[in-house]
Structures are given as structure tokens and as C-alpha cells.
Design a protein around this ligand. Sequence first.
Ligand SMILES: C[S@@+](CC[C@H](N)C(=O)[O-])C[C@H]1O[C@@H](n2cnc3c(N)ncnc32)[C@H](O)[C@@H]1O
Length: 451
Amino acid sequence: MSEGCFDLAKLAKEKGNIAFKRKDYAIARLLYTQAMEIDPSQYLYPLNSAIANLKLERWCDAESDATTALKLAPDNLAAIFRRGLARTELHHWSLARQDIQAFLDRGGSATEGHVVLAAITHLEATSTTNLINDRSSDSSEVFDNLPLDEISGFAVRDSKIGGKGVFATREFKRGDMILREKPLTTMTKSSVFADMEAGVRNMLPENLARFLSLHNAHTGDCEFPSRAAEIYTSNLLVFTNGTVGVGFRASRINHSCAPNVRHSFHSATGELRIYALGPIREGEEIFNMYFSGRYIYGVPRAVRQAELRMVFNFTCACAVCTLPTEAGQASDARRVRLAELSDRIPQFGLTEGVQRLRTAVDGVHLLREEGFLADADEFTRGAEVVCAYHSDWASAKYWAGVTYRTRLDEFGEGSGQVEQVREAFLEPKSIPTAGLGPQEDFGGIRLDWKA
Ligand SMILES: C[S@@+](CC[C@H](N)C(=O)[O-])C[C@H]1O[C@@H](n2cnc3c(N)ncnc32)[C@H](O)[C@@H]1O
């Protein structure tokens, strides 16, 4: 099965060959296996997988791969020979002998064939035990070769919500970084469909193997030009700097409309980072939001669900989307109101300080009432400008501080989001319109909630 001009199976095999050459047999085996799954009609993929399995001493898997290759290409000498080797290691003496004899009869290398036949005879005579060292049942995770600090604190397990999920293996508090990893691929949002294929082609072998192991929510969907595009779209994360990308462990995190973490991309390090939005208990599932906050906190369930279904092809079963009718309606009403408040914020002029600040307070309180722990800055950002305009430096500092700390917790030190608001926090008098208006005191307008 070729996929138009993008033959993902062939790409997996080619990357498998690169991994094989550098003796990374586990990754090579994975890539050949993935190529076999994508295109089961091509004998070369199981044939290559057989040799990778021989190198890994996975004799049962090697025998099975060679048999698969022989079903597709019955006269293939390499497949007959590899199966003979696997059967020798499995102590299936007579079957091994049959294969090696067939290899010789069909013109295979006499030297190689006779060496193995002699080995079979010797081993059969001297073997006193049936103990076979076969690693086929050893399913150790070949991807666990990332530095430990990047994988401590969470584990990938089966989720009640569907498929795999990511779970905390220790407690986290708001602002803790849970995960950081280099995305498997990133590209600008506007060119995602044009660049997707190049992004997949350019992946290192181990990253392609990781990519191909991710969930595919669009299997066989004719809207997609290739399986690469299906996997890409099932797992893509939109970053705040206008890029999109696919993580590896981050792509195992399920979605919630009341998430307990948020993701961001740190251009300086090229890392995808996940921060805790609130306290997370050991054993709790970690939930991210796949769309940016405004499109989650500001829309009712039916709209969110339709959007998630359209882009990611799943019906959201998060805690908010599965609320009973009455509670669900109350949640919808809060979110519609939040959208109204958020729309109102940019319309306030410098002289409308009281209304501006009250809208920020209402917005943040409503977010918290809804259990939505992100995005308070969408309501508080800029509140310091009206305070500074009226020379209320304490209030300016307070509101700039709420925005600054929100961003620090959600995006981390060194992020562009924090840098954007640092100066106003450190020195509200640096705001260009500071001190230009009549003096006012907004000290009575503060959040109940401590930022
Ligand atoms: C990026 S993957 C997340 C990891 C995935 N569960 C896995 O097994 O690899 C996205 C897929 O997870 C499932 N999923 C994520 N969030 C969900 C939710 N809130 N409700 C139902 N299914 C969800 C859907 O199958 C979706 O296509």
C-alpha cells in the first residue's frame, strides 16, 4: 500500500536501515515492524525485521518474521536462511536443517549453509538442556532512554477516558514543571499541511519510531493524504508562539475542558514544557487542553465537543463534558459569560478604570468557579495600565503582579509570555501613559483569590 507520493512504510524501513547500521537494533526492529503494519504486502519489511530480531536474540519473533516474508516471497533465500538460524537457536533441529538444506538447494552460499548445518549437528549432539535464551517476551520499553529528570514524576498508563493517559507518580503544586521534551517535530501553524511531510521525513530514526507509535484518531479517514498526516493531526499541539508540534510523552496526555496542566513551547531551548495549573495528587491523571484557553473556557459543551470531534475525531469525555444536565447547563452559562467578559476587556478606555478592573475581577472569579485554573491573565493583563494612568502605583503593581505570577506559573521562567509582562511588573511607571490622567485610587478592587 503506497500512500500517494508519501510512502510512510518505505520511510520507516529506510530509517530502520539507518538505525540498523548504527547498531541500534531495537529502534530498527520497531521501525521495520511499523513498516509491516503500514504495508503488510511488502516482504522486505518482515525480512529486515527478522535480522533485527536475530541481532536482539528474539528468536521466536525472528522465526515468525522470516515465515511472514516467505509467505510473500516463497523463494527468498535470505528469509529461508534467517528462519533456519532462528530455528537453530530455538533448538528446532529438524526444521532448522530443512530450512538450511532448502537454502543450499536453491543456490544459497554453500560456505554459509554448510557452516550452519555443521553447527546444528554439533549443537544437537551436545545440547543437554532445552533452556533457550529467547528475548521475544521481553517487552522492555525501548523509548525509555531519555534522561531520568525528564521522565520522573509521571507515568504512561491505561486511562479510563480512552487508550493511554499520563499519570502523576508524585505530588505537584501549581507552577511545577511536569515534563519537558524536544518535540518530535514543529512547524509554523500556517504551513502545517505543506510542511508536515518534510517534518516527518526529517525525523531521526528513533523519533520516527516514536511518532509512529502514537495514537491515530483518523485511521483510514479519506480526508487525509497520508497516515503521517493522520498521526500528526491526532497528536498536534498548538503553541502560543504560532507554531504547532507533536511531542512524544506529551502526546499521551488526554484532553480536559478543565485541565490541570498547560503546555507551551520555549523557543530559547526548543523544548515543549508542561506545567501544573494546580495541586495534582499522586496517581491523578494529567489533563491538558488541546485548544487554546479562550476556545475552551469561553464556549459551551456542544460547541467544544463539535470542535474537538472535527479536529481530533473524539467525543470529549472529560469531567466537565460529562457533568449531569443541570450542572452542565450551569457550566455552559459560566463559559458563555466568560466569553462576554473577555470580549469586553479590550474595549475599555483609560478613563474606565473601575469598570475595567471589575471586569477583570468578575472574569477571574468566574474562571475559578468553573474550575478553570489557567488564563487569568487574559482578564488581568493591561489592568495595570489604567491604574498607572491614574497614578495608583500600588494597584498598578498589584494587577501587573497577578498577570506576571500567572504567566510564571503557567509558562515558566524564561518564557516569552513572562518577558512580555516583566517590565510593567517591575516598574509600572515605565508604562508609556503612566501618570497622564487625574489621580484615582482603585485600592478597593482586588481579587478574592490569591494569585
Ligand atoms: C493525543 S492522544 C492522547 C493519548 C491517547 N489516549 C493514547 O492512547 O495515546 C488523543 C486521543 O486520546 C483520546 N482522548 C483524549 N482526550 C480525550 C477526552 N477528553 N475524551 C475522550 N477521548 C480522549 C482520543 O482517542 C484522542 O484521539
